[in-house]
Design a binder for this molecule. Structure first.
Ligand code: G
Ligand code: G
Ligand code: MN
Ligand code: NA
Length: 258
């Protein structure tokens, strides 16, 4: 397929970049984390969304190499931001296919990278990972072992898109996660939809009782921010605080942040 050949070439031709979207502390304020989001600038077709090319990368196995590259980029970048903000963390999306298709050596390399790249070690690894429910559904021993290896190395784990999959609550007991990300579909009509509001409040209470911090995604209005903050949500992400932007623009955002 043409696009998979193009993607193979994109890796070596500097067509892939990592953008960063701010994540703010809902109570103290300020940008304390970022999510790394991959972008592909195709030479003829312009920007191609990860929604379109990640599935191809997964299907062909290219996601292993691409994922490794994103992880290293994000780690190096997070290390730079840690010079002025020692607790700063960048979270990286990790596809289930990366877990299935990669071996022990691959993980050891990731974990070693965390020690050598990523800036001052004081606050633990500068990168955390985001996984989805589909990975937890597989729940075989090797996936569990790989997740445990990350956590033993101090890498925090977020459950992304919470509430959109099967959301079997038993996963939350079985896996020892650090963050739960409320999917943006719950946030977008928070001010109009009392049921969504009730769900967000209940998710936050449940997560806190289980010892997880909560990140709400897709916050676009001050009203949504205020409702989530009142409900005790720990962190917020969305266009209200900033879109995904290149690292040099993120630098400026961090320097000018209050
Ligand atoms: O920012 P955006 O609309 O482009 O992201 C679309 C989707 O692509 C999101 O679900 C996001 O998790 C996914 N995505 C973005 N970057 C990466 C990446 O580096 N790895 C993986 N596996 N998924 C990514
Ligand atoms: O699936 P994941 O949560 O990793 O991807 C997050 C996606 O949401 C990215 O595509 C990102 O660009 C997008 N996004 C981030 N903030 C907002 C927002 O406030 N509104 C909307 N509509 N999309 C957002
Ligand atoms: Mn994500
Ligand atoms: Na999400």
């Amino acid at each position: 397929m043409a696009i998979s050949n193009d993607l193979r070439r994109a890796i070596g031709n500097d067509q892939l970049t990592v953008f960063y979207q701010p994540i703010v502390d809902m109570h103290a304020g300020g940008i304390v984390k970022a999510e790394a989001l991959l972008r592909w600038q195709h030479p003829e077709n312009g920007e191609i969304s990860p929604v379109d090319f990640i599935p191809i990368a997964e299907h062909t196995g290219m996601i292993v190499g691409i994922g490794n590259w994103v992880f290293q980029r994000a780690l190096q970048q997070a290390g730079e931001w840690r010079i002025t903000q020692p607790d700063f963390t960048v979270s990286v999306n990790v596809s289930p296919v990366q877990f299935y298709r990669s071996n022990e050596a691959y993980y050891r390399e990731w974990l070693n990278n965390c020690k050598t790249l990523g800036g001052p070690p004081g606050a633990g690894p500068a990168v955390s990972i985001e996984i989805t429910e589909s990975l937890m559904m597989a729940s075989d021993e090797t996936v569990m072992d790989k997740l445990a290896a990350f956590q033993n190395a101090g890498i925090k784990i977020s459950l992304d898109d919470f509430g959109t999959g099967y959301s079997s609550l038993s996963y939350l007991r079985k896996f020892n996660l650090d963050y739960l990300k409320i999917d943006q579909s719950f946030v977008h009509n928070l001010e109009q939809d009392t049921a969504n509001c009730a769900l967000c409040e209940a998710i936050i209470v449940m997560a806190h009782k289980l010892g997880l911090k909560v990140i709400a995604e897709g916050i676009e209005t001050p009203g949504q921010r205020d409702m989530l903050a009142r409900a005790g949500c720990d962190y917020g992400q969305g266009y209200l605080f900033g879109q995904p932007i290149p690292a040099d623009q993120f630098d400026v955002l961090l320097k000018n942040a209050p």
